[in-house]
Design a protein around this ligand. Sequence first.
Ligand SMILES: [Zn+2]
Ligand SMILES: [Zn+2]
Length: 292
Amino acid sequence: MPWFSYHGGHSGEFCRHAKGDLQPVVERAIEAGFTHYGLSEHVPRYRREELYPEEQDLTPADLERIFEAYVVRAQELRERYADRIQLLFGFETERLPPSEWASRMGELRQRHRPDFIIGSVHDVDGTFIDFTAEVTSALAAQLGGNEALQIRYFQALSELVTTLRPEVVGHIDLIRKFDGPSASFSPRVLAHIEATLEIIVAAGAVLDVNAAPHRRGLGPVYPLPEILALAHRMGVGVTLGDDSHGAHDVGVGLDACLRAIAQAGYSELCYFTREGGVVEKRRAALDDVHPR
Ligand SMILES: [Zn+2]
Ligand SMILES: [Zn+2]
């Protein structure tokens, strides 16, 4: 009976917009009955203009040091708790800096040998699209409207998936974060989403069905029902992500993710398990997926 989440495990120890240390996140995951729990902290950013708002007193060099400390701690916890839970050590990508993200992400992967990565895009042309509604709508206006912004976002995500071939694609429709509960995409944008899904299948990646918007009252889980149903018809695998940013978030909202997955027509989910140091992708029947 596997119970899993791969996108999450952000903690205040290594990320300013999360809360508390990493160890309580792991202890909460054990309490909540997880058999497999992914730790996927944000990668460092390499230029001053890419610091998150709460990081303004830090430098890119600080972020690199903090990330190195995360890598050490995540691997240490993976071993320390191995008899109680399978922790998988990973990270969540950025498509930054715009001109050298591919080599930066590749270097991180080469150096740290993560069990998995979450391939996420949080920017369009170097501007974060998940900070505030104002910043995102100003960017949309600059690019010729919301549809143009959405298309740029999905093209950027496609490029990231092709280049990095992540195990999991993070919150595929993050671009609708500020569109509220009635968010939807035009047929023109949906054609681009379909192209992204084709790339995801070809890369052998699976979708992160992500609880964050539901938990924060911003709308349905990522992806929207229409995208999830399309993904199911196209044979794209799905997995779970609580996108936790502290122990209080662990597992919260995954019930909504499972409902969305069932409604889209799926009868099984993918999960990742580490056997003898090697990560394997497996499938579990939807009915068998729940806390132990
Ligand atoms: Zn975060
Ligand atoms: Zn993210």
